[in-house]
Design a protein around this ligand. Structure first.
Ligand SMILES: NC(=O)c1ccc[n+]([C@@H]2O[C@H](COP(=O)([O-])OP(=O)(O)OC[C@H]3O[C@@H](n4cnc5c(N)ncnc54)[C@H](O)[C@@H]3O)[C@@H](O)[C@H]2O)c1
Length: 277
């Protein structure tokens, strides 16, 4: 799909990958609806872009609420008259607890934002795109949607779900003019490890301490990339109608290990690919 003159909707647009994507879409000549739950930060970012003359508008949304996602669609149509690109990107990182010690309310939060938020976006926007015979949906999953590591069970469950949902969707939309991509980043230099800043108050989760990216790189045995690089990957995938968007070579290695190990009937284990990117 060509991007110039088209309209994009980006969720999770106040920070990280979503913000970088919104900026890149503007640079490609698109009008952009920037949506996020973190109102003050969203409004600050949108005001900065508008001051530079960018055709962007803001919409405060909780993607885990289907009615709010429908309202985002209606607002987008009222603002720009059409939607050609939906970037279902808002997400939270979970709490880093063992799966069997994860409380039901935390499951509800992570699955509702990371999986159902994507599902609600697909349900609200796909009919418009099918009707206009043109569009593209990019769903943000993760490398964590292709291979698992300990301590992130709820996040993995949601992100594996986004991969499955996206695979089904691309088959269903074949021949409609609407493309689908599934974004599976490894480590990106964003605030995803500070996600509890957006957790509902009733969960009582502690506000996060920022973790230096070098510590995360060491823990995840990978190199972080900047969100602007991921935004470039997304633009390439939309233009080329590519389904998979993998940001790191190491993801191919890990996914291959998982698939081959599964074929051999082995119990899942972590693969160490230290230093790989
Ligand atoms: N950063 C990484 O290493 C990495 C790796 C793989 C996948 N991802 C995925 O990328 C996506 C973007 O995350 P990021 O890394 O840019 O992190 P980020 O925390 O910088 O940005 C996420 C944005 O989503 C918003 N958000 C959170 N809950 C929301 C809700 N209920 N409704 C609407 N908006 C909400 C946040 O306010 C924030 O602006 C997420 O889906 C994340 O799971 C990130």
């Amino acid at each position: 799909m060509e991007l110039q003159g088209k309209v994009a909707v980006v969720t999770g647009a106040a920070s990280g990958i979503g913000l970088a994507a919104a900026e890149r879409f503007v640079a490609e000549g698109m009008s952009v609806v920037m949506a996020d739950i973190e109102a003050p930060l969203l409004n600050e970012k949108v005001a900065r872009l508008q001051a530079d003359g960018a055709p962007v508008v803001s919409f405060v949304v909780d993607v885990s609420d289907a009615e709010q996602v429908t309202a985002l669609r209606d607002f987008s149509l009222a603002s720009f008259g059409a939607v050609h690109l939906l970037f279902n990107n808002a997400g939270v990182g979970g709490t880093g607890r063992p799966t069997w010690k994860t409380k039901p309310a935390v499951w509800d939060w992570v699955v509702a934002v990371d999986l159902l938020g994507v599902a609600y976006g697909v349900e609200a926007f796909t009919p418009l795109m099918v009707e206009q015979g043109e569009g593209h949906i990019v769903n943000t999953a993760s490398e964590a949607g292709l291979c698992a590591t300990p301590m992130l069970g709820a996040y993995h469950a949601a992100k594996y779900g986004v991969v499955g949902l996206s695979e089904a969707l691309v088959m269903e939309l074949a021949g409609t003019g609407v493309g689908v991509s599934c974004l599976c980043p490894e480590l990106v230099n964003t605030k995803i490890f500070e996600s509890t800043r957006n957790a509902p108050a009733h969960l009582g989760l502690p506000k996060p301490d920022p973790t230096p990216i070098e510590m995360l790189e060491a823990f995840m045995k990978t190199k972080a990339i900047e969100p602007s690089v991921v935004a470039g990957n997304v633009v390439d995938a939309v233009r080329g109608n590519s389904f998979w968007i993998l940001t790191h070579e190491v993801t191919h290695v890990r996914a291959q290990h998982r698939n081959e190990s599964q074929q051999r009937g082995e119990t899942p284990s972590m693969i160490s690919v230290a230093g790989a990117n």
